[in-house]
Design a protein around this ligand. Structure first.
Ligand code: 13P
Ligand code: SF4
Length: 344
């Protein structure tokens, strides 16, 4: 049962001591974040992994995050993902092989220099692809800076995989009229459309955030007229426009941390973060934007506490399970794309 599992996790952690650090993404369920040494957004967690001396980094998150942690940590540190099924569907929407063939089509359609930018939510080989073609990685907090960086070096951007983050960033920079959501396999007038637009967005999206609608914001305001609404930039443009603020999971956490007692904040992102903030900040009224509709990320949910127990007890027995190993050549190039982001 759950109590017995908790006792076994505590016993394994006591045996492993400083050899292990547990990281929990903001979207992980309560039973995982309660064991985490650090809780944060995808990028914060990678840097925590790199700053830690622990031999084993147990990553409560999804594969692309564990890969980034593996790229950033020292060679003698091992990153362990408790379930290999925890794969973000959006990261899977732009696989490097597909992007490679689309790139040939894109660059054949225009004489302009195209700079690829990929969102942190992507696999290591796509990050490596971006580095190879003069581009970089960005997170939801620095996408606008990344776009500006790219437009200083080329005339066009290919942004992938998230069309909504791309659209929201284009609006921030006043480039919305210059933006094309591109399906590389559509057989219509792509070459003309590519030549006519400087911001080309890959047709990818997060199936959790895409479910939020402007009506959810309207309904929320009817029920909570004083509420401030904050949403993640993976939401549709109409939702971002209806909200008061937009930000990464770290920004959302900070908004509630900095709220005055008695304020109401409506949270437009994965449901577990809204629930954690509600628990952590009883002085603030925290409401999920979408009422009863469940904005639950199935990929994040794969990290079951039973799997956490399993990987820990295996380590106690001297067995390493579910180690994430990005091959060194890919890791090296992906690190270049990440370093360019850090230099922004
Ligand atoms: P953050 O980078 O803001 O943590 O978001 C990750 C994510 O998966 C959003 O859906
Ligand atoms: Fe991927 Fe969306 Fe889940 Fe984030 S919330 S891990 S983008 S599917």
């Amino acid at each position: 049962d759950a109590d017995q599992r908790e006792r076994r996790i505590d016993t394994a952690l006591a045996e492993l001591g400083d050899d292990v650090v547990i990281l929990g993404h903001n979207y992980q369920r309560r039973e995982i974040v309660e064991h985490a040494d650090f809780i944060g957004d995808s990028y914060q967690l990678s840097t925590e992994a790199a700053n830690s001396d622990a031999e084993y980094v147990i990553f409560g998150g999804v594969t692309f995050m564990a890969e980034s942690a593996d790229i950033i940590t020292d060679d003698d540190q091992q990153v362990i993902l408790p379930s290999m099924e925890a794969s973000c569907p959006m990261a899977g929407m732009a696989e490097a092989l597909q992007v490679d063939s689309a790139w040939a089509k894109l660059t054949a359609a225009t004489d302009d220099d195209v700079i690829p930018i990929c969102y942190m939510n992507s696999y290591a080989d796509l990050k490596a692809f971006c580095a190879e073609h003069g581009g970089l990685v960005c997170t939801s907090s620095n996408a606008a800076d990344a776009f500006e960086w790219a437009l200083e070096r080329g005339e066009k951007i290919l942004f992938l995989p998230d069309k909504h983050l791309g659209t929201n960033t284009a609006y921030d920079l006043g480039l919305e009229d210059d933006t094309l959501v591109w399906d590389p396999w559509a057989d219509d007038t792509e070459p003309e459309a590519i030549r006519a637009n400087d911001i080309i967005l890959w047709e990818g999206y997060c199936q959790v955030h895409e479910r939020f609608r402007a009506e959810h914001v309207e309904e929320l305001r009817e029920d909570h007229p004083d509420a401030k609404v904050i949403v993640h930039p993976e939401c549709r443009r109409e939702v971002v426009e209806a909200a008061d603020r937009v930000g990464s999971t770290a920004d959302i956490t900070q908004a509630v941390e900095n709220a005055d007692p008695g304020e109401t904040w409506a949270i437009g992102t994965e449901i577990h973060l809204a629930n954690h903030l509600d628990r952590w900040h009883p002085e603030v009224e925290v409401v999920p934007l979408c009422g009863d509709a469940c904005m639950d990320c199935n990929a994040m949910r794969q990290i079951d506490p039973n799997y956490l127990l399993w990987v820990l007890e295996e380590l106690v027995e001297g067995r390493e399970q579910n180690v994430i190993n990005v091959d060194p050549a890919t890791a090296d190039r992906a690190a270049t794309a990440l370093d360019r982001m850090l230099e922004l």
